[in-house]
Ligand binder design. Structure first.
Ligand code: NAD
Length: 290
């Protein structure tokens, strides 16, 4: 396929490189980052988008996607697919899809889970929103860049799934970290805590696969001085998207709200910036109730 790829940052560059390695003709554009090996460099976003079967975007937020879409949609062919894999707000995803449809272009929102490691290894999970026809066209690309793609429903459903998943992640990580800190104060050995919880009803991905306590459970950023991994500021971005979405549809999400406040304080007032999102554990260790 002829693919335009816009946004070649930490995630986009390895995803574009994997598509090129699989034999697709990939032309890339980024305001700052260079094109990875195998990806031809376009002079502008419009140049990257014109005449391609699929234009993939991997950008920081919805505002930037809206600006890029306004720029490239006039250059794209009718019948082409705009595949946005960024994590953005549901409203922007739906608005951009509507603008695309008005020009005869199909749009899919397909945010990913799996991080930079998954992008490099081609093992991402895609959660996609869009029509069956558009999903069928981009499915082979998901197979190259990832190990799983779930078609969640119409446009916006991919972002909805991502936002809900990551709200659960933020809440369970906060709960796991505060429980470890409580267990410490109660004199419970951390390994015993892990052995019980990871096989009991408190288990979760945060405990079992990404344990925030150093030296316990499988290898995780806690074993690497809490270097990300999944940075606290990215967790905060996703939690804020969950709260923005909850506000839009009038959903009561008190745990998501509490986790958002916690990560806001951690990133903006404490030492959370640049640390993994599981570094809430040392944060709780240092604190008492008041
Ligand atoms: P990044 O900041 O490394 O990359 C974004 C790239 O977009 C940058 O290279 C930037 O120069 C480029 N860009 C910005 N505005 C542009 C424009 N107008 N035209 C062209 N290029 C432009 O971010 P990332 O870590 O690659 O994340 C990308 C998206 O993936 C985000 O939405 C993020 O939330 C999501 N995501 C990231 C991770 C992760 O672990 N990093 C995991 C899952 C999802």
């Amino acid at each position: 396929m002829k693919i335009g790829f816009i946004g070649l940052g930490n995630m986009g560059a390895p995803m574009a490189a994997n598509l090129a390695r699989a034999g697709h003709e990939v032309t890339g554009f980024d305001l700052a980052a260079p094109c990875p090996e195998g990806v031809a460099s376009a002079a502008s976003a419009q140049d990257a988008a014109g005449g391609r079967d699929v234009v993939l975007t991997m950008l920081p937020n919805g505002r930037i996607l809206r600006a890029v879409a306004a720029d490239i949609l006039p250059a794209m062919d009718k019948g082409a697919v705009l595949l946005d894999c960024s994590t953005i707000d549901v409203e922007s995803a739906r608005d951009v899809a509507e603008q695309a449809a008005a020009k005869g272009i199909m749009a899919i929102d397909a945010p990913v889970s799996g991080g930079i490691g998954g992008a490099a290894a081609g093992t991402l999970t895609f959660m996609a929103g869009g029509s069956n026809d558009a999903f069928a066209i981009v499915r082979p690309l998901f197979d190259v860049m990832g190990q799983k793609a779930v078609h969640c429903g119409p446009v916006g459903s991919g972002q909805a799934a991502k936002i809900c998943n990551n709200m659960i992640l933020g809440v369970t990580m906060a709960a796991t970290c505060e429980a470890f800190a409580l267990a410490d104060k109660l004199g419970l050995d951390r390994q015993k805590m892990f052995d019980v919880v990871s096989t009991s009803s408190g288990y979760s991905w945060s405990m079992n696969a990404y344990c925030p306590a150093p030296g316990i459970g499988p290898q995780s950023p806690a074993d690497n001085g809490y270097r990300p991994g999944f940075a606290a500021e990215l967790m905060l971005k996703d939690l804020r998207l969950s709260q923005q979405a909850a506000q839009t549809v009038d959903a009561d999400t008190p745990m998501g709200e509490r986790a958002t406040a916690l990560y806001t304080a951690f990133v903006e007032q404490e030492d959370g910036t640049g640390q993994d999102f599981s570094a809430l554990l040392p944060r709780f260790e240092k604190r008492g109730r008041g």
